[in-house]
Design a protein around this ligand. Structure first.
Ligand code: BES
Ligand code: ZN
Length: 867
């Protein structure tokens, strides 16, 4: 018999999991949301397999009032709660006998509250506030919706019943089985029994919803929204049909459910959630007005839909055994979304942008001491929430990208398909994946990959040249550039990917500290990490950077190579491995670059230089802006900023990027155009602003604007012509520079009638762009901390986001000390990781500014960019 409510698992003594004396097989669940009291009534009958003789059942439950618990007709003797462990323990007089099955019936009520469990979401219709009820269970909030065995490995089947007003729509994971009208006049909707699934994927929704339907795929796809916006779901429904067909074919496994619903929810803490058969989304990530939205929004919606659909196989059909395997879910879904997107939209060339997007997110976060290994031991809810980060998503998917390159994409997909088939409806560990990939490829995948998933960080590979030889060595890379011997013990198997004029040699592996390789380049051209397929950075000798710059100009480098080179140079400069002037020289030679991804990387890396110098004298940033204007001037002139229907995806991206960076750096003509377009738009010409330029134009208006401008942008926010525009206006509010206006902006943050809690971080993103914004935000966070802590419970990752946004803009030692001092006395549960990362970021920027500010000034002066 189990005496403790929480047992240590035998396979991992650190995990806090439920005792295994009983195991859930099936849930019969009935729920009725009550919109007048914002509560819900529920009954759950759980069929249990009894594994040991016992008189006690422990399951997860939190913030639920349990009214009664029975086994057959026998009421529980005693019910106790452990709030910290989020469990309820039921004690019975009689012993349950090992080998038998029994049913535990619990009657309860709960509260429809804050974006977790079964919660309410509000929206406006005809000037009235209306509500719907929906769920968000992942990772550990199913226990807020109903008492449950809330662990991913405890899969069961679910028969769900919802009770609601007759004219409301009821949805759940499965399709409807039958509807009956109750005496009360309400309807009772019973859904078909689900296949075996984990609790974090259970979902149900009650609300006034309308839908569009797409029948291009084998099973019906419906996109639901509150009335009036359902037509904006057509794009996503279409993408979903194509994506499901694509995955079915690639995995050689049918989409496992009889329908696929996707629903736009007005209050949503994440971007989207892959609930089996009933995927929920933040409105902006599902609904798309193809006429008025910009190209990035379309790309984002596509990516999110593909990501959640990939989860229907990765995560839903085959599930990680516990949360330390989260990367198996998120890393895979991320890789698969790029894979599907590349297939459906080949002209977007998404793998080229992968290098500046996902790969850099991974490398940036993983350069901090406060990062974590891909496979990370987690045990408690507040720890689990914090690993939905760039390590699980981006480092995970970059690892998969590396493997697929190593094994070959077809072999990789075949292995993945075998893995899915073997573990269908079950749970896995990372080693199961390696096994399937080893089997299919004949390569020792475990040996190579374990090192990558079990350790924090990644290497920097230094390349020395000596008479026809390359001497390469690896060391731990840190943003602060100060890894100790203790932190630098791991030797990774690094696929060097040596690119020369003869092609790409993918056979070279550096698996020791240092190795020598012969090179037989006749034209003195080589680059390491060809096409940037590996998870590492490369440091060359100073003369080689210049030669690589020239190679880029000469067309010897792929887009991925060019992006990677700029990113590595920028990161090495920021951490002190090379001088920032080497980085500036490299990008200076690329003013003729024609690819938008490369430009984005160049300009955002220069942006990092600006951010590190934000608390230094104005002169240096003014000079940097002159450099930017000069650098992109010719290209901007040749491409312009008007759009035509014949523009390719890449042309659109290039125009909008160059325009954005030009305006931000003070390019006169571009700025004047932004001002005129804004004035015309405010004057009533709705076509005056192209959607691709909207963000830049709103931001610029705010930056140069006054109270009147604030009123205008605020009005657009409150009465937008699209969701896209609404969010853009909200973000721009953070860009004002007058303190009185900024006080108004921060004043809105906790006013949930004006800014939904789910959007609180959006104006904060704007505030981070300026010195006064950073200071205003931080002082506001300190003043309002207690309220923030109360309204953004640590279980939601939003508090962590707020802490990062409000602190990581700083650069100075004193500022860092202030942040540390403030949180010293606080309970940092749920955001300790984010805080530690922020402190690391501040330190790295501070070191950078101290080390290089003078050198950068001198470089700018000698290149003619000072006054
Ligand atoms: N499973 C996540 C949603 C999630 C995130 C649940 C954090 C609980 C905590 C979902 O599949 C996801 O990853 N959503 C992303 C979008 C995706 C395109 C990266 C998101 O929410 O941003
Ligand atoms: Zn995901």
């Amino acid at each position: 018999m189990c005496r403790h409510s929480i047992a240590a698992s035998s396979s991992n003594p650190d995990r806090e999991v439920l005792p295994t004396n009983v195991k859930p097989l099936h849930y019969d669940l009935t729920l009725e949301p009550l919109f007048d009291t914002f509560r819900f009534d529920g009954t759950v009958e759980i069929t249990l397999q009894v594994n040991e003789n016992t008189d006690e059942i422990v399951l997860n439950s939190t913030e639920i009032d349990i009214h009664s618990a029975h086994i057959l007709d026998v009421e529980a003797d005693k019910i106790t709660f452990d709030e910290d462990a989020q469990t309820a323990t039921f004690k019975f007089k009689d012993t349950l006998v090992a080998g038998s099955q029994t049913t535990l019936k619990i009657v309860f009520t709960g509260e429809l509250n804050n974006m977790a469990g079964f919660y309410r979401s509000s929206y406006q219709e005809d000037g009235k506030t209306k509500y719907l009820a929906t769920t968000q269970m992942e990772p550990t909030d199913c226990r807020r919706a109903f008492p449950s065995f809330d662990e991913p490995a405890l899969k069961a089947t679910f028969s769900i019943t919802l009770i609601a007003d007759k004219d409301l729509v009821c949805l759940s994971n499965m399709d409807e089985k039958e509807t009956t009208i109750l005496e009360s006049g309400k309807k009772q909707v019973l859904f078909n029994k689900t296949p075996l699934m984990s609790t974090y994927l259970v979902a149900f929704i009650v609300g006034d919803l309308k839908y569009v339907e797409n029948n291009d795929f084998r099973v019906p796809i419906k996109v639901y929204a509150t009335p009036g916006s359902e037509h904006l779901g057509e794009y996503s429904a279409d993408i979903a049909a194509k994506t499901l067909a694509f995955f079915e074919k690639k995995f050689d496994i049918e989409y496992p459910l009889p329908k696929c619903d996707m629903v736009a929810i007005h209050d949503f803490s994440a971007g989207a959630m892959e609930n089996f058969g009933l995927i929920t989304y933040r409105t902006v990530d599902l609904l798309l007005d193809t006429k008025t939205s910009n190209i990035n929004t379309k790309q984002r919606v596509t990516e999110v839909v593909m990501h959640e659909l990939a989860h229907q196989w990765f995560g839903n059909l085959v599930t990680m055994d516990f949360w330390d395997g989260l990367w198996l879910n998120e890393g895979f879904a991320t890789w698969m979304s790029w894979y599907a997107c590349d297939s459906l939209y080949p002209d977007w060339k998404v793998w080229e942008s992968y290098v500046s997007d996902s790969l850099q997110h991974a490398l940036t976060l993983d350069a901090l001491r406060a990062s974590h290994p891909i496979e990370v031991p987690v045990k408690r809810a507040d720890e689990i929430n914090q690993i939905f980060d760039a390590i699980s998503y981006s480092k995970g998917s970059s690892l998969l990208k590396m493997i697929s390159r190593w094994l070959g994409e077809d072999v990789f997909i075949k292995g993945v398909s075998n893995y899915l088939k073997k573990h269908m409806w079950g749970n896995t560990q990372t080693s199961d994946l390696w096994e399937a990939l080893s089997d299919v490829s004949g390569k020792d995948v475990v040996k190579v990959m374990d090192i990558w998933t079990k350790n924090i960080g990644y290497p920097i590979v230094s390349v020395k040249e000596s008479e026809g030889k390359l001497i390469v060595s690896q060391n731990r890379f840190l943003a602060t550039g100060d890894a100790t011997a203790e932190e630098d013990k791991i030797l990774y198997p690094v696929f060097l990917g040596l690119k020369t004029s003869k092609g790409l040699d993918e056979s070279l592996v550096l698996d020791t500290r240092t190795k020598e390789f012969e090179t037989s380049t006749t034209d003195d051209f080589f680059k390491i990490n060809g096409d940037q397929a590996g998870i590492f950075r490369t440091a060359y000798e100073p003369a080689r950077w210049a030669k690589l710059g020239q190679a880029g100009v000469d067309g010897k480098l792929s887009v991925e190579d060019r992006v990677g080179l700029v990113a590595d140079a920028g990161a090495l400069a920021s951490s002190g491995y090379i001088s920032t002037t080497d980085f500036l020289n490299l990008v200076k030679s690329w003013s003729n670059e024609s690819n938008y991804v490369v430009w984005d990387e160049i300009l955002s890396r220069i942006g990092n230089v600006k951010a590190a110098l934000i608390f230094e004298s104005d002169d240096i940033r003014v000079a940097l802006n002159r450099f930017i204007v000069d650098l992109l001037g010719d290209k901007l002139k040749s491409v312009g900023w008007t759009f035509s229907d014949s523009d390719s995806f890449a042309e659109q991206q290039l125009k909008s990027s160059l325009f954005a960076f030009a305006v931000a750096a003070g390019h006169e003509e571009a700025g004047a155009f932004a001002e005129k377009s804004y004035a015309d738009y405010i004057g009533g010409n709705k076509d005056a602003i192209h959607p691709n330029l909207r963000t830049t134009i709103f931001n610029h208006a705010a930056k140069t604007g006054d109270e009147k401008t604030f009123d205008q942008l605020f009005k657009i926010y409150q009465n937008p012509s699209s969701v896209d525009e609404k969010i853009t206006a909200l973000r721009s509010l953070g860009r004002f520079t007058q303190p009185e206006i900024l006080d108004k902006v921060t004043g809105l943050l906790l006013n949930s009638d004006v800014v939904k809690q789910q959007d609180i971080y959006i104006p904060m993103q704007g505030l981070r762009a300026t010195r006064v914004g950073i200071e205003t935000l931080w002082s506001w966070v300190q003043t309002n901390w207690d309220t923030l802590f109360e309204v953004l419970p640590p279980g939601l990752s939003m508090l962590s986001t707020v802490v990062s946004l409000s602190t990581s803009g700083f650069t100075k030692k004193e500022q860092r000390a202030q942040v540390e001092e403030f949180f010293k006395s606080k309970n940092t549960k749920g955001y300790d990781q984010g805080l530690a990362q922020s402190l690391d970021v501040i330190k790295a920027k501070g070191n950078w500014a101290e080390r290089d500010a003078t050198k950068i000034s001198e470089w700018l002066a000698s290149n003619g960019y000072s006054k």
